[in-house]
Design a protein around this ligand. Structure first.
Ligand SMILES: [Zn+2]
Length: 221
């Protein structure tokens, strides 16, 4: 039904109370209502919550929804900021690889989505390890510090540095331009000198990675 210009989907259920949700990606209003409640009560309910509904819808409209990955043929995936089309292949080879615009993912025929995801993540990890090996000497020489260890994992932040010298880098950096990996590594190495984001730290960044502000923007796009 339409209430004050807003489309509302009403589902009747064996429940005692009314529930209202605003659902992405369209900001659709969904109501679960008991069988015994009349339409007039539903209209009243929606009108009473109108401000909240409009707020929710605005918030949803401002959020980019990344479609969830299914790891099927034809899906788009990224490596070092390049877009590739996923192609599943037989798993008689160990690791994934890219050729032209295709990312070949070796998986068994009966593989579940989780296994496919893991195979791709193993590939990203290898790619990152290769790239880190390539830039390691240059970056550590610039900053004048070496980490005790570099770990790679899926995490919220792009990088992390512990007091014991362990640097952790985000697996998803493999999807970004290579310069972003270099920037994050230098950032974390600088934390081996300055363990905060103080003025001194920013001066270190300016010295070791002069265009870091620009790269940071690219990374967070
Ligand atoms: Zn930091």
């Amino acid at each position: 039904m339409e209430i004050n210009g807003i489309n509302v989907i009403v589902q009747r259920k064996k429940i005692k109370n009314m529930y209202l949700r605003v659902v992405p990606p369209e900001g659709t209003v969904k109501i679960s209502a008991p069988y015994f409640i009349g339409d007039d009560k539903i209209i009243e309910f929606v009108n009473a919550k109108m401000d909240w509904i409009l707020q929710k819808q605005a918030k949803i409209a401002n959020t980019k929804y990344i479609p969830s990955l299914k790891y099927v043929n034809g899906e788009k995936h990224y490596l070092w900021a390049e877009e590739y089309t996923l192609q599943l292949i037989a798993n008689n080879i160990k690791t994934a690889f890219v050729k032209e615009n295709t990312l070949y993912l070796p998986v068994s025929k009966r593989s579940k989505m989780k296994n496919r995801q893991k195979t791709l993540e193993d590939f990203y990890r290898l790619e990152l390890q290769k790239e880190i090996a390539d830039i390691y000497d240059k970056c550590t020489a610039k900053v004048g510090r070496k980490p005790s260890e570099i770990k790679i994992r899926k995490m919220k932040n792009w990088g992390n540095c512990k007091q014991n010298g362990v640097i952790t880098l985000n697996l998803n950096l493999a999807k970004k331009p290579k310069i972003c990996l270099e920037y994050v590594l230098i950032h974390e190495l600088c934390h081996l000198i300055e363990f905060n984001h103080s003025k001194k730290f920013k001066m270190l960044m300016d010295k070791n990675c002069p265009n870091w502000r620009e790269i940071k923007k690219i990374l967070n796009e």
